[in-house]
Design a protein around this ligand. Structure first.
Ligand code: 5AD
Length: 433
């Protein structure tokens, strides 16, 4: 009988893609994917430890799996991802019903682990064994492609350098081959991934991120090219020129600022000041006036005063981000920020977080409202989930559009849609002939 597996995924795009790789490699070995834990012979939890809350979720989930394991001795449970990397063997002590622990460096080496060779695999092998032909992509129109793993920045709040290791870029040609294969299978939207995607440097030729962006954008039938996450200090002319020179590169850039106060940015070791960040935004806007930005913000970092926080608000208002992710600072084990001091009082941090959300909500509302009456390019994804008479797709700046049409455009095609209505977070309209 074929074996079955279930994967639960938390966290970032890199984790999503790791799960797609794990799933593909299991299917290649004859496993069948199931949608409930009760039916599975193998359960993988692909975990996130970016904030304490994400980590706690994993342990409470493991608590629930204990019973399942006691009912079915042959069930195998593996903890993967960043909590696995961070906690290693300690997971086996805390939850002895777990069979193995496997960090992000070992996604390509699942075989060895499943065959019982290793119970704790948290090294970063030189050969990551990235088998792109077996990635189990959930979307028929979009493919995510890793170009660089790990991070060499040492932001004081961040666990990623511990959990994902030092930067390793994939060879240029390897990336191009993966994109070509993805496009050949109908995935016309490509998203290049890396914790610091724009620090990419080909290990063979030394080509930089801008060169890679251009080469990928010039592959036939790449309809839309996205990438994330860019570090503000790594934005350079080559990257901007590549974006400007290729219309299929999305005019939408995720550029996490974290704070609007230079004092806090210095304590975070972000390697830029407020002024430098705004200058970078200005430089990109000058080259590509239609650009939209999105960002990540942390509130309540140790030493953040009301004035520091207000600088974050004023920066958000100045840049007018199309979308934004904001978090309360969460102390992470082993990070340098632990020594800087205590986080801001939780009640104050929560209140700051709400003020950030309120401000951004207003900006988002105004942006979406301004789309009414305009015709936007929409990449069709398929039927709308909520209304079978409509299709759904996304704008270049990643807003979901539900729309009516008399024709039957295929998923992956690009259409003009006249926007009629701006809803809470989505748009509605009608395709134009
Ligand atoms: N506490 C809160 N937020 C964090 N992030 C990273 N580390 C922490 C932390 N310790 C946020 C940053 C990053 C995003 C992915 O998660 O904003 O850009």
């Amino acid at each position: 009988m074929t074996k079955t597996f279930f994967i639960e995924t938390w966290g970032c795009q890199m984790n999503d893609l790791d799960s797609q790789r794990l799933s593909g490699s299991l299917k290649l070995r004859g496993y069948r994917r199931v949608e409930s834990e009760g039916e599975a012979d193998l359960i993988l939890l692909n975990t996130c430890s970016i904030r304490d809350k994400s980590e706690q979720k994993v342990f409470s989930h493991l608590g629930r799996l204990r019973e399942l394991k006691s009912e079915r001795e042959e069930l195998k449970i593996g903890v993967c991802g960043c909590v696995a990397q961070q906690e290693g063997e300690a997971i086996l002590h805390r939850a002895p019903w777990v069979d193995f622990v496997m960090g992000p460096g070992n996604v390509g080496h699942l075989d060895q682990i499943l065959s019982g060779g290793r119970k704790v695999a948290i090294d970063f092998p030189d050969d990551r064994n990235y088998d792109y032909l077996t990635v189990d992509r959930p979307s028929g129109t979009k493919a995510q492609v890793t170009i660089i793993e790990g991070c060499n920045k040492n932001c004081t709040f961040c666990i990623v350098p511990t959990t994902r290791g030092r930067e390793v870029s994939r060879p240029f040609d390897d990336v191009l081959r993966e994109v070509q294969a993805a496009v050949a299978s109908g995935r016309v939207e490509i998203e290049l991934l890396g914790q610091t995607v724009n620090a990419y440097r080909c290990p063979v030729t030394g080509c930089d991120f801008g060169a890679l962006l251009s080469a990928v954008a010039e592959i036939d039938n790449v309809a839309r090219l996205r990438f994330m996450t860019s570090h503000p200090a790594e934005v350079n002319d080559s990257m901007i020129a590549a974006m400007r020179g290729h219309e299929n590169i999305s005019r939408y850039l995720h550029l996490p600022v974290q704070s609007g106060s230079s004092k806090i940015l210095r304590r975070m070791k972000r390697l830029y000041t407020r002024e430098h960040y705004l200058e970078t935004i200005g430089r990109i806007r000058e080259a590509i006036p239609e650009i939209h930005f999105s960002t990540d913000v942390i509130v309540g970092f140790p030493g953040e005063t009301e004035e520091d926080f207000e600088q974050t608000l004023s920066l958000i208002a100045e840049v007018r981000y199309g979308s934004m992710f904001a978090f309360k600072y969460s102390p992470r084990p082993g990070t340098p920020a632990l020594k800087i001091g205590a986080p801001v009082d939780d009640v104050i941090a929560s209140e700051r977080l709400n003020r950030v959300f309120d401000l951004h909500e207003r900006i988002k509302r105004e942006t979406l409202d301004s789309y009414r009456g305009r015709i936007l390019d929409v990449l069709v994804e398929g039927p709308s989930k909520h209304d079978a008479t409509m299709l759904t797709g996304r704008t270049d700046d990643n807003v979901v559009v539900n729309f009516r049409t008399d024709s039957s455009p295929l998923p992956g095609s690009m259409l003009g849609v006249r926007i009629e209505q701006a809803r809470h977070h989505t748009l509605r309209g009608e395709a134009v002939a």
